[in-house]
Design a protein around this ligand. Structure first.
Ligand code: ITT
Length: 211
């Protein structure tokens, strides 16, 4: 039975699918912040996932007074590239990834990753996906939740599920890329699934800030 409705502030349908992959099993439902597309987009200029997640959650929570809302900032950190693309993951293939509002298509970002890793052997292509969720109400962050998954960047894409860098991200325990998993399977292993489960634990713990 659904006990909670979680409002999520994101423009990325792939993230919503991931959340939905965890939510049902925990008796919660996922909804977009109402009229999200008409809200002024937050400028993601923070140096860390944490800073950007807080900034998004605080700004978007003002659109739904009294409601607890969740925002996600996430990305891929590749060890051989010194942690890039990191907070620039959504715009890695743009002419200037530091330029805000320059998100580009997933295929172009994946192509750039493959170019940057060209010639680097598989054992040195380790990477992690990081997700930070911020829960905010009325412009104040109540808490943040972090999830990480470790894997290896392949030299060709595999699978058609998921979004972003999923077709390149091989997860050894499953023997598959994240794009070869269903939404429910991905949520079991993924950075977003881990962060979201931490959020749900906090929500169900009766934390005064979470009701
Ligand atoms: P919102 O800010 O509106 O939530 P966004 O896509 O701009 O959407 P981010 O700024 O957090 O979100 O950028 C995250 C990028 O990192 C995303 O566009 C992907 O390129 C990558 N990414 C994050 N999580 C991922 C996942 O689970 N699978 C594949 N790529 C992921």
């Amino acid at each position: 039975m659904t006990t909670h409705r979680i409002l999520v502030a994101t423009s990325n349908p792939g993230k919503l699918r991931d959340f939905a992959g965890v939510a049902e099993a925990h008796g919660v439902s996922i909804e977009m912040v109402p009229d999200f597309s008409s809200l002024t987009q937050v400028v993601e200029d923070g140096a860390t996932f944490d800073a950007n997640a807080r900034k998004k959650a605080e700004a978007y929570s003002l659109a739904v007074p009294g409601e607890l809302i969740l925002a996600d900032d996430s990305g891929l950190e590749i060890d051989a590239l010194g942690g890039a693309p990191g907070v620039y993951s959504a715009r890695y293939a743009s002419a200037d990834p530091h330029k805000l509002d320059s998100n580009v298509k997933d295929e172009a970002n994946n192509a750039r990753v493959l170019r940057e890793l060209n010639g680097i052997p598989m054992e040195k292509r380790t990477a992690q996906f990081v997700c930070v969720l911020a829960a905010a109400r009325d412009g104040t962050t109540m808490n943040t939740f972090r999830g990480v998954v470790e894997g290896v960047i392949l030299d060709f894409p595999r699978g058609h599920n998921g979004f972003g860098y999923d077709p390149l991200f091989y997860f050894p325990q499953a023997g598959k890329t994240l794009a070869e998993l269903t939404a429910v399977e991905k949520s079991r292993y993924s950075h977003r699934g881990a962060a979201f489960r931490r959020f749900l634990e906090w929500l169900n713990s009766g934390n005064p800030g979470s009701t």
